[in-house]
Design a protein around this ligand. Structure first.
Ligand code: GDP
Ligand code: ZN
Length: 257
């Protein structure tokens, strides 16, 4: 559920045990991630040793989580305005791991965000417009995350913590102005929360555009399949190795036009 200062908090459905990684794990250079399914040995005093990490369905480095059913990409058209390029990058990384994405445009009380929402709706993503402030869209968001493990991600200040607080009375995360949070985020940890609506959600430290440069890279040949909206067209391009950028006879560009 949580990884902090070399301790791993393991929830077996009844209690949470504070575990240390076994020497073997450190030896193999595998770091337990939040979301991992593990085997552990309780030592009787609330502590335990984490013995084994079970195979992962997927894993991400930013946010550092594993076995996620979906990424909820939080964006905003009010301050801070999210660059759609950032959304595309995160969505492409998720798609490359076969992890579905939900696009959630927050702060719609300040800026409706219709244009941004329209782009991702047209691309086929479940897209919501919400406001953590007024509660608008929270029921729809609850319905999309219920029964699943989701990671909330998005640039700092878009309202990830505020949304989690709005979703569940039991959650009370600190929220703050953007500049304040940028300083604090570096020390924040990733944690899974069980919400009343039956969702499990990872609140992850926000990233700044700087962090995008440290995100995972992929081969450019793999990129086209990371945009699900290309799928109906990619096989119709004139050349098989089409990069869908400016090639002659590109069906993706024709569709875009
Ligand atoms: P995080 O960095 O993504 O976790 O963002 P926070 O939840 O800390 O929110 C950053 C700032 O935006 C805080 O001052 C919040 O009060 C504000 N905020 C968050 N959501 C909304 C919203 O829907 N409407 C408005 N008006 N402000 C919001
Ligand atoms: Zn093409």
């Amino acid at each position: 559920m949580k990884a902090l200062s070399g301790f791993y908090y393991v929830d077996d459905g009844q209690t949470v045990t504070t575990c240390r990684g076994r020497g073997k794990l450190r030896h193999q250079k595998v770091t337990p991630l939040v979301g991992d399914r593990v085997e552990f040995t309780p030592l009787g005093d609330g502590s335990g040793s984490l013995d084994r990490i079970l195979p992962r369905k997927n894993q991400f480095f930013r946010p550092a989580v594993a076995n996620i059913d979906q990424l909820v990409i939080i964006a905003s058209q009010a301050i801070p305005v999210t660059d759609p390029f950032l959304i595309d990058r995160v969505a492409a990384i998720a798609q490359s791991r076969d992890c579905p994405c939900v696009i959630c445009v927050n702060k719609c009380d300040l800026e409706p965000g219709d244009d941004l929402a329209a782009i991702y709706t047209a691309a086929g993503f479940p897209t919501l417009k919400v406001s953590a402030q007024t509660g608008e869209g929270m029921d729809q968001l609850r319905a999309l995350i219920a029964g699943k493990v989701s990671a909330f991600t998005g640039n700092s200040g878009v309202g990830k913590s505020s949304i989690l607080n709005a979703l569940d009375d039991q959650v009370d995360l600190a929220t703050g102005d953007v500049s304040e949070k940028l300083g604090r985020d570096t020390t924040r940890h990733v944690e899974l929360f069980r919400l009343g609506c039956g969702a499990v959600v990872a609140d992850t430290p926000g990233f700044s555009s700087f962090d995008v440069d440290r995100m995972e890279l992929m081969r450019k040949e793999e990129l086209a399949r990371c945009f699900p909206e290309f799928a109906p067209y990619v096989d119709q391009c004139q050349f098989q190795d089409c990069a869908h950028v400016k090639e002659k006879g590109c069906a993706v560009l024709a569709a875009l036009k």
